[in-house]
Design a protein around this ligand. Structure first.
Ligand code: SF4
Length: 497
């Protein structure tokens, strides 16, 4: 049975869509390619179980739409699975219908959608497109295997096979022209049983260079856990929709890192778990990196929370090879942090950032604007905090965006309930322009988003960055970062409102 895991070409007018494992969706002018870890895990698992699997990321390969359609016509896969997200779900419905039109008397391609949007609203895609299956929940690698096994058995057994009876909870399907499902998904699969991602099958080099997070290339992605051990922030789609945190064993992660270094000479690895595991797990992992000498061979990056680690723990991480730690500040107002359930005290941010920096780490901060309850002055507090951290060099790099309430999150429900949404057209949910009503204009809000990027051009900031250049990798990194900042400023420029 032939399966294609695909990211079909999408409308390029808005830029390059950042689709995979981005908890918040964005189009980038200057493309960044994030390794789609869970779909890559699915491809590797299917291959291990004897399926003929093809990896087809048309976005990273910059394919045209006709090229994709010709590819499907030539390969004639039995099943095509694709990840979708809110701003592009309508495009995916059209693509699915185009694929279904390729059906003939003896060729009937099956289509599958998975991802956060269809987890929140599975029925919508079943109604609005001819998609055959929807996988809900975050374990779509395990569930896709279950589905493919059931389809293969059904193909072998003929009419008497009851597909629904062989599917795990969380799968939507059609039977006798009716929409059915197998109930609520369960996040109980053991992540240690997964094979390491087959990097050759999933074309790892497509994602090894064009990524603003990497200082050294080639780089790659792994995930030590799914998805965030805190998991309560009301805007954050993955942990809200996939609320069970599980991690792999430290030894299992270390084995994968060792394989990536030895076999592919990878220089930098981003762990994209929502928040990297802490406590005993982190200590064991760091000591393992040092003991195996991996800290001398590869640089590590991860997502972290302020206030989760002591100075000693930051120091240990630095010794273990960590460099870039991504922290979500989200807002410079305590009321907002409380309302979005960030579980973060404002007064923790500066010392925690300072600790990470003095331990030799490079904190990257992300902040957001556009909370409906924040006044312009509140939003300026956030900007002030971001600028302060950057100017003082407590934070090394930053990202500033518009907050988007994605379906399935408590923030979306709150906004819907209180009539705070400008639009429920999913195509607008791309972080480019404000979606929640605020008591100041959209233009002012976008200026705030841009203002943080303008720090990058302040003499103090530029001088500090120049002085910190130590080698050619730093120089290349700053060159790439400069282009990214220019791209972000363009992404949020006033013209685009
Ligand atoms: S800490 Fe980060 S990953 Fe975790 S729920 Fe909050 S925003 Fe999401």
């Amino acid at each position: 049975m032939k399966i294609i895991i695909s990211y079909p070409p999408l409308n390029k007018e808005k830029g390059t869509p950042l689709l995979s494992q981005n908890r918040q969706f964005q189009y980038f002018k200057d493309p960044t390619y994030i390794y789609p870890v869970v779909p890559a895990q699915a491809a590797s698992l299917l291959k291990r179980e004897g399926f003929d699997v093809l990896w087809n990321d048309c976005i990273a390969m910059d394919w045209e739409y006709q090229q994709f359609i010709d590819f499907i016509k030539n390969e004639k896969p039995d099943l095509i699975a694709m990840e979708t997200k809110t701003p592009v779900v309508k495009e995916h419905w059209k693509i699915i219908n185009d694929i279904k039109r390729l059906s003939t008397i003896d060729y009937r391609p099956l289509t599958v959608l998975f991802g956060d949007h269809v987890t929140a609203m599975p029925e919508e895609s079943m109604i609005n497109s001819q998609v055959d299956f929807i996988i809900t929940g975050g374990d779509y690698d395990f569930l896709l295997l279950n589905l493919c096994n059931a389809v293969r058995e059904a193909q072998d057994s003929g009419e008497h096979y009851t597909l629904g009876a062989h599917l795990e909870p969380g799968i939507w399907y059609r039977k006798d022209e009716k929409i059915k499902n197998t109930g609520k998904f369960e996040l109980k699969h053991n992540l240690n049983t997964l094979p390491f991602i087959d990097r050759v099958l999933t074309k790892w080099q497509l994602y090894a260079y064009k990524n603003g997070n990497y200082r050294k290339t080639p780089g790659t992605y792994i995930m030590s856990g799914r998805d965030c051990w805190w998991g309560k922030c009301t805007f954050c789609s993955w942990p809200q929709l996939y609320p069970e945190f599980r991690s792999r064993n430290p030894e299992n992660v270390l084995d994968e890192i060792e394989m990536l270094v030895d076999k592919f000479q990878v220089k930098e690895i981003m762990d994209d778990s929502g928040t990297f595991p802490v406590g005993k797990w982190l200590k064991e992992f760091c000591l393992g990196m040092i003991k195996r000498g991996l800290n001398k061979k590869v640089t590590l990056d991860c997502n972290m929370r302020f206030g989760a680690l002591s100075f000693e723990e930051y120091k240990l991480m630095q010794k273990a090879g960590f460099r870039f730690l991504l922290f979500g500040i989200e807002s410079g107002n305590q009321t907002t942090l409380d309302r979005i359930k960030k579980n973060l005290r404002l007064e923790t941010i500066i010392p925690s950032c300072q600790d990470a920096r003095s331990a030799g780490l490079y904190p990257h901060i992300t902040i957001m604007f556009g909370y409906p309850w924040e006044s312009y002055e509140d939003a300026q507090n956030t900007l002030k905090l971001g600028k302060f951290l950057l100017k003082k060099d407590y934070a090394y790099t930053m990202q500033s965006t518009v907050v988007v309430p994605y379906p399935g999150t408590p923030l979306f429900e709150e906004c819907k309930h209180k009539d705070l949404l400008y639009s429920t057209n999913w195509e607008d949910y791309d972080m480019k322009s404000p979606l929640m009503k605020t008591d100041f204009s959209k233009e002012k809000l976008l200026q705030l988003v841009q203002s943080l990027y303008s720090v990058s051009y302040s003499p103090e900031f530029v001088a500090r960055k120049i002085l910190s250049i130590r080698d050619i990798d730093d120089l290349k990194y700053f060159g790439r970062a400069f282009l990214k900042v220019a791209g972000h400023i363009f992404d949020f420029s006033k013209k685009k409102t």
